[in-house]
Design a protein around this ligand. Structure first.
Ligand SMILES: Cc1cc2nc3c(=O)[nH]c(=O)nc-3n(C[C@H](O)[C@H](O)[C@H](O)COP(=O)(O)OP(=O)(O)OC[C@H]3O[C@@H](n4cnc5c(N)ncnc54)[C@H](O)[C@@H]3O)c2cc1C
Length: 403
């Protein structure tokens, strides 16, 4: 049930064993979410072959994952895809992508494998109920009829980006079957910002910025990295991976942040730099010089921010205090955090079936031995960086080998 990353993997592995496999998906074409991963480039895994370091990423889920990763870990992901003609490359922060940087190619590898192994794929097929008799799953009801099988893999995904088909149906089925399912909340998700100038920067991405968060004006934590501006606020790996901590702050009070546009330069050195640029352009008007002092793409918005100076002022007549104010803003641009975006914008949603109710050696339910549960349906916290798809490959592989 579900032709997403983990369902396709489970189907590919089971069909390669010669089993007869049917994959039903509610969408017209499967793998919709997989095809948008990593902004269409698919961050397929994280190149952390040391299992102990890898486990640390998954917090409380770590003790449950040692056995699955020992069976199918990061190296196995490389081997699986590369041996089938999809070379992978490791980029910044150990994130791994197909060399082609096309998520579609990852889907195609699994799809080809399924076709080769004569698996059947049924699209626009919506599962509505999982039927059981005592501790065995017997059949599933769908809009295209009832299907019987020896084993059932539930891989209907979580609740992020529901337009991809992942609408949380699996959580409902699991609850009906008596499993404990914690409620989905956005976990890795962009943040909404109040200031309009932020929205004016939609599409601009700033590498190597530092952002510092404050709770009721008290400094809490800082992070350095890439920030992506969107039409509702901020996104990008740095923001996404801070979402959980930001959420905890928002529960306590008012959250502000400052963006340091020159994170590796001291305030004094930024001031010297600005003085030099102003000296070289002293007869120009401020408006035309701004693009020399802010990162590319930010010039228009910065003009709105420094509304305390007339933009047509000749640079030589800018007062020292005004210049100082500009420097202060370059080092700490204030923004107001309104909240986290919702499930529809989340990359990863917290929540899912408790791992203590799963036999992690088989990925099977401890309540129904012929029901296998994979991917985003599992209650696992992790950062962005390829760690979610690695869970899909690992759990999909184990389910495919166990059915
Ligand atoms: C925008 C975005 C970018 C991401 N980028 C990355 C990344 O680069 N790297 C990374 O590691 N992770 C990334 N993730 C997370 C990753 O995509 C998920 O962890 C992964 O896709 C989950 O796979 P899955 O098999 O659990 O389910 P899904 O991929 O969600 O697939 C579930 C499938 O089940 C089908 N389905 C649902 N209900 C039913 C039903 N009732 N009947 C029949 N079919 C049903 C759906 O149509 C869907 O095709 C990203 C997520 C998002 C939203």
């Amino acid at each position: 049930m579900g032709g997403g990353a983990s369902g396709l993997m489970a189907g590919a592995v089971a069909s390669a064993r010669g089993l007869s496999v049917l994959i039903v998906d509610k969408n017209k074409t499967p793998g919709q979410k997989l095809k948008i991963t990593g902004g269409g480039r698919c961050n397929i895994t994280n190149n952390e072959p040391d299992i102990h370091k890898l486990l640390k990423i998954y917090g409380e889920g770590a003790p449950y994952l040692y056995s699955p990763f020992s069976v199918f870990g990061v190296r196995d992901t490389f081997k699986y895809f590369e041996s089938r003609g999809l070379p992978l490359v490791t980029q910044a922060r150990n994130r791994v992508f197909p060399v082609t940087e096309k998520a579609e190619d990852v889907f195609n590898i699994l799809h080809k494998e399924l076709i080769k192994n004569k698996a059947v794929m049924m699209n626009s097929c919506v599962v509505s109920k999982i039927n059981h008799h005592e501790e065995k799953i017997i059949s599933i009801d769908t809009n295209q009829g009832k299907f019987f099988a020896k084993s059932f893999v539930l891989a209907t995904g979580g609740m992020s980006h529901p337009e991809t088909g992942s609408t949380g149906d699996g959580f409902k089925f699991l609850k009906e079957l008596g499993h404990t399912v914690s409620n989905p909340t956005p976990d890795i998700v962009p943040i909404a910002i109040k200031e309009d100038w932020v929205k004016g920067l939609a599409g601009v991405s700033l590498s190597f910025m530092k952002i510092t968060f404050y709770l009721d004006n008290l400094k809490q934590f800082s992070k350095k990295g890439k920030i992506l501006f969107t039409h509702f606020g901020l996104s990008g790996p740095l923001i996404l991976n801070s979402a959980k901590s930001i959420k905890a702050l928002l529960d306590k009070g008012e959250v502000m942040a400052t963006i340091d546009l020159y994170p590796d330069t001291t305030l004094g050195d930024v001031e010297k730099k600005i003085i030099k640029i102003f000296d070289q352009n002293k007869n120009k008007i401020l408006k035309t010089v701004i693009k020399e002092i802010v990162p590319e793409g930010m010039s228009q918005s910065f003009q709105e921010i420094i509304n305390f100076i007339y933009l047509d002022t000749k640079v030589h007549s800018i007062k020292k205090e005004e210049r100082r104010k500009i420097v202060d803003l370059l080092k700490a641009l204030p923004i107001t955090v309104e909240g986290l975006m919702g499930l529809d914008r989340a990359v990863v949603v917290d929540g899912g079936v408790e791992l203590s109710e799963i036999d992690m050696k088989k990925m099977s339910s401890k309540k129904f031995s012929n029901l296998y549960i994979t991917g985003d349906l599992l209650h696992l916290n992790r950062n962005s960086g390829g760690y979610s798809l690695q869970i899909c490959w690992t759990t999909g592989y184990i389910a495919g080998m166990s059915v």
